[in-house]
Design a protein around this ligand. Structure first.
Ligand SMILES: [Fe+2]
Ligand SMILES: [Fe+2]
Length: 158
């Protein structure tokens, strides 16, 4: 995830640590997806993988999904609480409202992505499922950081 380290340091130390740690955990989850599926960077199916490897990929997918939803949900809650603890920020503050709206729409989108991945897995297109999840997640969070998290962190200078 593209985090501006310089900017994030402007937060109070505890808030900084929490946000940084959760962004790192999200990055680690993406990395784990990448490490699990050997076909993430190509367009191959699972045919080249032996049955034990395929079984392990299929078994781990639901737990990745579970951890992902849990982590993102908790992270958004923390980020919004930290924003609201800033003196000038209220629920009606436009910047906060738009950032929260973006979190809500990511959660909605995550649910559809997760459904699509499970359907691919059921069709024995597990590699496609991993690729879909990895690509969509990377794109969603890269865009979110650029449009919302980085500007929010910059705004904490006061
Ligand atoms: Fe955010
Ligand atoms: Fe974030």
């Amino acid at each position: 995830m593209a985090i501006h380290v310089q900017a994030i340091r402007k937060l109070a130390p505890a808030d900084y640590l929490l946000i940084e740690e959760e962004h790192v955990r999200l990055g680690r989850l993406l990395h784990d997806l990448h490490e699990t599926c050997s076909n993430l960077d190509n367009l191959l199916s699972c045919q080249g993988c032996e049955s034990g490897k395929l079984a392990s990929c299929r078994g781990r997918l639901p737990s990745y999904i579970h951890d992902l939803i849990d982590l993102v949900d908790m992270h958004f809650y923390h980020e919004e609480s930290i924003m609201l603890s800033r003196p000038q920020v209220t629920v009606g503050y436009e910047y906060f409202r738009l950032h929260r709206q973006a979190h809500d729409s990511i959660m909605q989108e995550l649910k559809s992505i997760v459904g699509e991945c499970s359907s691919l897995d059921k069709l024995e297109k597990t590699a496609e499922g991993y690729r879909h999840l990895y690509k969509k997640l990377s794109d969603l969070f890269e865009e979110h950081d650029r449009c919302f998290d980085d500007p929010f962190i910059h705004s904490t200078k006061v």
